[in-house]
Design a binder for this molecule. Sequence first.
Ligand SMILES: *Cc1c(COP(=O)(O)O)cnc(C)c1O
Length: 482
Amino acid sequence: MGSTISFFSGESFPIEMHKVRIVQKLSLIPIEERVSAMQAAGFNTFLLKNNSIFMDMLTDSGVNAMSDRQLASMMMADDAYAGSMSFERLKEAAIGIFGKDFILPAHQGRAAENIISSAFVKPGNVVPMNYHFTTTKAHIGLRGGSVVELFKPVAMDLSSDEPFKGNMDTDALATLLDSERGNVPFVRMEAGTNLIGGQPWSLANLKEVGKICRDRGIPLVLDASLLADNLYFIKTREASQRDASIREITRRISDEADIVYFSARKLGCARGGLILSNDQSTHDKMLEFVPLYEGFLTYGGMSVREIEAIAVGLEETMDFDMIRHGPEFIKLMADELAKKGVPVVTPAGGLGCHLNASEFLSHVPQTEFTAGALAAATFIAGGVRGMERGTLSEERNPDGSEHLSEVELLRLAVPRRVFTMSQIKYAVDRIHWLFENRRLVGGLKWISEPKILRFFSGTLDAVSDWPNSLARKFRADFGDSL
Ligand SMILES: *Cc1c(COP(=O)(O)O)cnc(C)c1O
């Protein structure tokens, strides 16, 4: 275990194992302006402008704080269309950490998914996974394949003490692989399972999955975008791994997979993506798509500066003090909210604190986008921008009807090393206030709905004048406070 710090007072709270050396000024606009900004953004938090946001908890993608070492490395980047030494340094770092032989660059995580799907998914194929991610499912779907999720029932249990909700149902996997023989191009395991609340799987579960795949000659693909959080939880929750180093656990994970890919916007705290593999022919099948979609094989759509920063960021991820910040601050936030009765997903996962919108706004039906309404209301209440993870993020059913999500969550991401504890406490305070006034919040309806990944750019409106009612109550309670 990394050294823990206890307090004379008997209190218990996480402490930043870094100091802040570069800052960015923030401002908090008055609530009336927050209502106008939300309206102008079509009640879609993706469409807000950053200068109207106080705490940007939309995502951990590309917004993690970089270290002094990462910034320094960027000054020594080696510009070359082909054969950049920056890529050599990234290759050495990534291959050293994951123990794979081959590496391909991509400009971000979904670009890696495009390449993997283009190389392996054929029409009618089925891809089993512990849970889908939006971009993964879209890329598999574009190639004519479909996704089958093999989570255990506890994954959908939003308040639980199950430490590894991201585990795959291995019996279901074995059964499916046997019945779909010849029709499964690969099995995918996602670390720090994003859409169910940043929940991890155990190394033991991954090993079982790996064995089932190997026994049947089916490749296992690991989405390692949120690996940092999963590593933290394996180390702190899986007894057999308590004494292993983060580097050792990473290698044990990677050894199970035939392909490892990730978004370096999350893993590595810079902006890019990588695909690692073991085997020449697997590598070659993916390689041909890299110059087509991404760029030459030694940059793949990334700038050389980012490439340098990812190399350093991957090494820094092997430091327990670095990867603990997110999960520990998230737990603090979830615990404080839970104490006030606010429904949060438990146990707290990685990536962010997740509010259970179905319980928070139990009076807003899914057809009026419960989690989307909570995202809008949270921004209005505190200038805090989160991300809807519910029905809005789904694609419609083939017959055109709404596909109601299994869960309606508001994700409040805690980008790594970005927020201080007082900011987290501010967010808790405003969410607590919103919870006390939840009856004032109503639902949303579509104005303009794109066909693919609609949550990114679709626009909606409030079903009633609830945003202004909420603002009036805020004024009544807080006077002229921001
Ligand atoms: C973010 C994410 C992706 C996609 O990565 P981008 O860099 O945003 O394209 C894929 N898988 C998971 C689990 C992610 O969290």
